[in-house]
Design a protein. Structure first.
Length: 123
């Protein structure tokens, strides 16, 4: 099962303070609206900083993207992943995979410890 690019999405209180902290660790801003969220990269590691958008940190996978946020040549479509995980007995939340046969869609699952895992396909 290919989940695509991995990043952690951090719920932050102060976007500017968090950006400054992670920049000191060598991260560089690669995307974002710079008011509510920013995506930062250090090598092949990506983190998202999200202010006021959700309450808890989220493990995020992006089918179809590589660590640069560019299209991966081959990937498992988010709808296939949803079908496989449902068949495995997982309950999907915020599932948008039934809205179309291709393109962007997403869903979340929650691990036994309450950690949210977002599968978010952008293409």
């Amino acid at each position: 099962m290919d989940l695509g690019n991995f990043s952690i999405s951090l719920a932050v209180k102060d976007l500017a303070a968090s950006r400054s902290f992670y920049q000191k660790l060598g991260f560089e801003v690669m995307a974002g609206d710079h008011k509510h969220y920013e995506i930062l990269r250090n090598g092949t590691t990506n983190i998202g900083l999200f202010q006021g958008m959700f309450e808890r940190n989220i493990l995020t996978f992006n089918p179809g993207w590589d660590h640069l946020g560019e299209n991966a040549e081959a990937h498992t479509d988010v709808r296939q992943l949803a079908t496989s995980l449902r068949a495995g007995g997982l309950e999907l939340q915020d599932d948008t995979t039934a809205k179309s046969d291709s393109g962007p869609a997403s869903f979340m699952v929650v691990d036994p410890d309450g950690n949210s895992v977002l599968i978010d396909q952008h293409r």
